[in-house]
Design a protein around this ligand. Structure first.
Ligand SMILES: [Mn+2]
Length: 229
């Protein structure tokens, strides 16, 4: 929910050549917004970013991603009057990657509109459902390789094809099955090894309180899958 000095130091040490500015969203704005137990109110923070970032456009990326190719090409996407560009899977938005046309977003006061929608509709899928409901049809569709969803159960079939990982530009570990928790026992070694290789230099610690919560959610998920059989 907020930056601590240790996390800041880890991130700065991992990226010594970059000037990093740490921003804290006004958390009071997120109070009372609904989401499923797995998520945190911080899921909504991306909706506030156009108001925090001093730029005409920005690229938002989830923390559970591995960027495997130069994002310059993605950055150069022509947005026109679209408020954002993102990847859709089966016609459903995934908000883990958003290229935001911040100028248009601010002009249209989308932060206020989307948060208002969330307050009224109380979505389970938090920011993602809210963004899709308000501006879904206007969001420009990006090549799905920019946000390859990786989950041992929902994307099991796709994961069996080597090209799925090989030609991915960004890998996105969705749901609670992550390479750093119980998910490592269900994901193939190639995914887990790749995560380890990139994570190591950051030295970021595992937050056990959060992982235990995730573990309980995973057990519930597995149980539900087992019931369906
Ligand atoms: Mn994610």
């Amino acid at each position: 929910m907020d930056w601590n000095d240790r996390d800041k130091r880890c991130i700065e040490a991992a990226l010594p050549d970059l000037a990093i500015e740490f921003l804290s969203p006004p958390l009071s704005v997120l109070e009372g917004l609904s989401h499923k137990a797995m998520l945190s109110p911080m899921a909504y923070a991306r909706i506030l970013m156009a108001e925090l970032v001093d730029s005409d456009r920005f690229l938002y990326l989830d923390i559970d991603m591995i960027v495997r190719s130069d994002v310059a090409e993605l950055w150069a996407t022509e947005l026109g009057s679209s408020p954002a560009a993102a990847v859709f899977h089966d016609d459903k938005l995934n908000s883990g990657l958003l290229l935001v046309n911040a100028r248009v977003w601010r002009e249209r006061e989308l932060t206020a509109q989307i948060l208002e929608w969330a307050r009224v509709h109380r979505p389970r899928e938090a920011d993602q459902e809210s963004i899709e409901a308000v501006i879904g049809p206007e969001i420009q569709r990006l090549d799905p390789r920019w946000n390859r969803l990786v989950d041992p159960f929902w994307s099991a079939q796709a994961l069996a094809t080597p090209q799925y990982r090989e030609n991915a530009r960004i890998l996105h570990f969705i749901t609670g099955f992550k390479p750093w928790n119980l998910g490592r026992w269900f994901l193939s070694k190639a995914y887990v090894d790749e995560w380890r290789r990139f994570r190591k230099p950051t030295g970021l610690p595992v937050i056990w309180a959060y992982e235990i919560k995730t573990l309980l959610w995973q057990i519930q998920m597995l149980f539900r899958l087992w019931l369906k059989r």
